[in-house]
Design a protein around this ligand. Structure first.
Ligand code: GDP
Ligand code: IMO
Ligand code: MG
Length: 420
């Protein structure tokens, strides 16, 4: 049967949670393959607005199994809180959530190391969510990490102490260690709590499920431009957010991947530091932020806003092998008489149409003006209801991006989704 993939093509927060929730009825299993609680995926339906950080966005639907894959990094404290919040909404998490034994654990000291790293970078800081993501992946590749599968092992505490001591050495000259005791107790309690959930060999589970005809959707976190290899390095996250991450983060072979759904906003946002050539650091950007409620779902920070960036989108589509697109938040542009598209960049005096080795503050956007639809599209129920300017925008993007736009989202709710 194989696996479909759904992931973000910009700098995250494209609306992945919403679309995974919309598509879940077509699947038996939803699996997260990378990232951790730096993610915030929002779902809205029947008067509920819910933000998920570690748990896959299929959790609200009945009869769907949700897998946290080996490529994910887990903060037990945050995961426990997430589970409790879902249980308050009468979601039976215990029967629907499986956790890979190979997923790595975020320790309290990983979060302190994240802080220390940001402090030492000063103005050059990444703008990390401070969830300990970078240091945890560093310990994974440094072959020091602790995994979910270690929780039940008799020498877990020994392994934990060893890693903690290593972190203490790194942090000894900082004053960050002072509040560690309470967070450490919370961590150890959550570790106990997580023992009651099913820990699996997710690579075996998923491959067997696929062999037995089950439909699997892999849910990406962050976005392609935050990918550790292909994003705007060093202003990126610490995992492979792209389709290839599905292979390493779930144990799915490349030839098992079917559809790749790439999600993008009708404009563009970024939270944290780093280059953003089509950014609107002005009134228009503020207006988009206000209309789109562009504030981080995890940290509450203001998201930087700008126009859509075609060279970056084309690059993300190429790297991911995107087979269909989902355009989100077109309704946020409803009040604009004209909208703009970044078609090229000017770099070192030269016009380029590709995503270069490095974007920097001297990379300037070349914009093309397009007529806005300038009317409310949130009531549109089918494509035929679209104003002609919106249809033109969609067709223009499809021609430029060479991939069909199969979903257009016109509001945050599950129901505000048009499948073309
Ligand atoms: P994710 O990280 O990719 O899942 O996206 P986030 O949840 O961080 O951010 C997307 C935000 O946009 C959330 O607040 C969603 O509720 C909201 N949203 C999603 N789709 C639409 C849409 O089509 N229109 C509007 N106005 N909001 C949307
Ligand atoms: P979802 O899944 C948007 C950004 C941070 C920072 C950089 C590195 O909701 O789309 P990290 O904490 O990973 O070390 O931060 O990446 N970032 C995100 N931005 N959406 C996310 O996730 C993000 N996860 C990380 O703001 O710039
Ligand atoms: Mg988000």
């Amino acid at each position: 049967m194989g696996v479909d993939v759904l992931l973000g093509l910009q700098w995250g927060d494209e609306g992945k949670g919403k679309i995974v929730d919309v598509l879940t009825p077509q699947y038996d299993i939803i699996a997260r393959f990378q990232g951790g609680p730096n993610a915030g995926h929002t779902l809205e339906f029947e008067g509920i607005k819910h933000v998920l950080h570690t748990i896959p966005s299929g959790i609200f639907r009945d009869k769907v199994v949700n897998v946290i894959g080996n490529g994910v990094v887990i903060d037990p404290v945050i995961l426990q809180k997430e589970i409790k919040q879902l249980e308050e909404l009468n979601v039976d998490v215990q029967s629907k959530l499986l956790i890979s034994k190979k997923a790595h654990l975020i320790l309290p000291t990983h979060k302190l190391l994240d802080q220390a790293s940001e402090i030492s970078k000063g103005k050059q800081k990444i703008g990390s969510t401070l969830k300990g993501i970078g240091p945890t992946y560093m310990d994974k590749t440094g072959r020091n990490g602790l995994r979910i599968g270690d929780i039940k092992s008799p020498n877990f505490h020994e392994k934990y102490q060893k890693l903690k001591e290593k972190h203490f050495n790194l942090l000894k000259n900082s004053n960050l260690l002072k509040n560690l005791e309470s967070t450490e107790n919370e961590f150890l309690e959550s570790i106990e709590y997580l023992k009651k959930f099913e820990h699996i060999d997710s690579e075996h589970y998923l491959n067997n499920a696929s062999k037995n005809g089950k439909n699997i959707l892999a849910e990406g976190a962050q976005g392609s431009l935050l990918d550790i290899d292909f994003g705007t390095y060093p202003f990126v996250t610490s995992s492979n957010t792209i389709t290839a991450g599905t292979c390493t983060g779930l144990g799915i072979a490349p030839n098992k991947i079917n559809k790749v759904v790439g999600i993008f906003k009708a404009y563009c946002t970024r939270v944290g530091s780093g280059p953003f050539p089509s950014e609107l650091d002005n009134k228009v950007g503020e207006e988009i932020r206000k209309l789109g409620h562009e504030f981080g779902a995890t940290t509450g920070r203001e998201r930087r806003c700008g126009w859509i960036d075609l060279p970056a989108l084309k690059y993300a589509i190429m790297i991911n092998g995107v087979t269909e697109l989902s355009m989100m938040k077109a309704d946020v542009l409803d009040s604009f008489k004209e909208i703009y598209v970044c078609t090229h960049y000017i770099q070192q005096g030269e016009q380029i149409d590709y995503f270069p080795f490095e974007l920097n503050e001297n990379t300037k956007p070349v914009f093309m003006k397009i007529s806005g639809w300038n009317q409310d599209i949130t009531k549109c129920k089918k494509e035929a209801d679209f104003p002609k300017e919106l249809s033109f925008y969609i067709e223009y993007l499809e021609k430029e991006l060479e991939v069909p736009i199969s979903i257009v989202s016109v509001g945050p709710n599950r129901t505000e989704t048009i499948i073309r």
